[in-house]
Design a protein around this ligand. Structure first.
Ligand code: FE2
Length: 138
């Protein structure tokens, strides 16, 4: 299964957000690895919730800064975050019901990784452009 590595093409020019994206990518890669190496359902489920917790934390960081600085495109961005969170929630529910099926493996690749890359390169880099001269530290 695919894993990805963070590189400069994924930079949004805000260090804090870049660091959080690196961590998120690590946690998604850990899910791919758990599925690939046929870890027990408990272990795989842990990697999913570990990623899901970090996603919540990371999205709230971005959202906090959008609100603080009255980011004009906030609604669209928030809608995308909600879409991702809903997707992860469904994935966890499916996993709890059906275990590590090939379909789950495929959705991790298709949805989590592709969605994240597209989100970072598209809407997050626009946000980064907006925030890059503002003091963003936590
Ligand atoms: Fe975002």
């Amino acid at each position: 299964m695919d894993t990805i590595e963070w590189d400069d093409s994924l930079s949004v020019n805000v260090d804090l957000i870049d660091e959080q994206h690196k961590e998120l990518i690590k946690r998604i890669n850990a899910i791919s690895k758990a599925v690939d190496s046929h870890q027990s359902p408990e272990v795989t489920l842990n990697t999913l919730s570990f990623m899901s917790d970090y996603t919540d934390f990371h999205f709230s960081t971005e959202e906090k800064h959008m609100k603080e600085h009255n980011y004009p495109a906030m609604d669209l961005h928030l809608a995308q975050h909600k879409e991702f969170k809903d997707m992860v929630k469904h994935m966890i529910e499916d996993f709890e019901e059906e275990g590590p099926t090939p379909a789950l493996g495929k959705s991790i690749n298709t949805y989590l990784l592709n969605w994240l890359i597209e989100h970072i390169k598209g809407i997050d880099s626009k946000l980064g452009e907006f925030l890059k001269d503002k003091p963003i530290t936590e």
